[in-house]
Design a protein around this ligand. Structure first.
Ligand code: UT7
Length: 297
């Protein structure tokens, strides 16, 4: 392919990424992340009364990854389980849905996962996309509490931009077997880049305003990991030094819905993020969809 390691590092910040083994699926990655989250929270499977999986690369048309995962984990309490599809903003969407279930009193303990095998929808001959994406999964557990936790979530979409970043066919339109590229990600990268910067800047300003917070009160930015230059632009808008930004794009590439929980997990486990700190999560993806969450960890 006509590309270089130097171009990829310089234009994206990606140094390495992970590709699922041939016999591994999104469900396998989701299960591994879910089990780590259950361990970290000291919970048993049947404590979970809601599973929301953010994914654009499910194992099957149906059942959802969430239902398959419920069975894998041995959750037998008949609680709801479903997938949310908002591509790279998927984790923000799933977190918001679970938070609202808890706020409404419908759930007490929610397992929220971002899991993707984007490698399966890449055209490995398209240098505009195939150098960017990787596979992975990350999970969090939300519990009902009187203590502050998810302070607010903010979701947006604008379907007018659908064709700038899409897999243009699917179940209902059918797959064009002659034009195989129709089953793979297509992106007008530069236009997506500019819109991502603009909409992420807007949503972080919105998040601060709704919470009556000053920029300086955010301890950590935990952004979607698409491109180091998009991340840096959002940090600049917040007047945050990069030492306050969790960056994993060099290790994971763009894992779509998995990227925010993978970044969060990395910084919690290495001790950077501490209890009580304020985290601003944000993501932008196909649709377009974008969103944020302000969290007191
Ligand atoms: O996660 C969901 C949202 N997705 C994103 O946020 C991705 C947003 N987009 C991006 O991150 C960037 O637009 C890319 C990394 C995809 C591309 O970077 P860019 O700085 O916007 O490059 P460009 O598209 O403007 O292309 C610059 C040049 C072009 O060549 P010419 O026309 O200047 O001769 C491209 O053909 O770089 C060329 N190019 C490449 N060269 C080597 C594009 N892809 C490659 C490649 N290797 N893989």
């Amino acid at each position: 392919m006509n590309t270089t390691d130097a171009w990829i590092r310089e234009r994206t910040g990606i140094v390495k990424r992970h590709i699922a083994a041939d016999d591994e699926t999104t469900l396998d990655l989701a299960e591994a992340a879910a089990r780590q989250a259950l361990d970290a929270a000291g919970l048993q499977s049947n404590d979970i009364d809601l599973i929301v999986v953010a994914t654009t690369t499910p194992d099957c048309v149906f059942p959802s990854v969430a239902c398959l995962l419920q069975q894998r984990l041995g959750v037998t309490n008949s609680s709801p389980a479903f997938d949310v599809q908002a591509v790279c903003a998927g984790f923000a969407y799933a977190l918001s849905v679970a938070d609202n279930f808890i706020r409404a009193g419908s759930s007490t303990t929610a397992l929220v996962i971002g899991a993707e095998t984007f490698s399966r929808i890449l055209n490995w001959e398209d240098r505009n996309t195939c150098v960017l994406f990787g596979d992975g999964a990350g999970a969090v557990i939300l519990e009902a509490s009187n203590e502050p936790g998810v302070l607010s979530t903010h979701l947006h979409a604008d379907g007018r931009y659908a064709e700038l970043l899409h897999v243009p066919n699917g179940v209902s339109r059918g797959y064009d077997v002659v034009q195989q590229q129709e089953a793979f990600v297509q992106m007008r990268g530069n236009e997506v880049f500019r819109m991502a910067v603009r909409k992420l800047q807007e949503v972080v300003v919105e998040t601060l305003a709704v919470n009556n917070l000053d920029k300086s009160e955010i301890d950590w930015l935990v952004p979607h990991q698409a491109n180091i230059r998009i991340i840096a632009a959002t940090a600049k808008k917040l007047d945050m030094g990069m030492e306050k930004v969790v960056v994993t794009v060099h290790d994971h590439g763009n894992t779509s819905a998995a990227s925010i929980p993978l970044a969060l997990d990395t910084a919690v486990r290495d001790g950077r993020i501490k209890r009580g700190e304020k985290l601003l999560l944000e993501g932008f993806g196909g649709g377009f969809t974008w969103g944020s969450a302000l969290i007191q960890y």
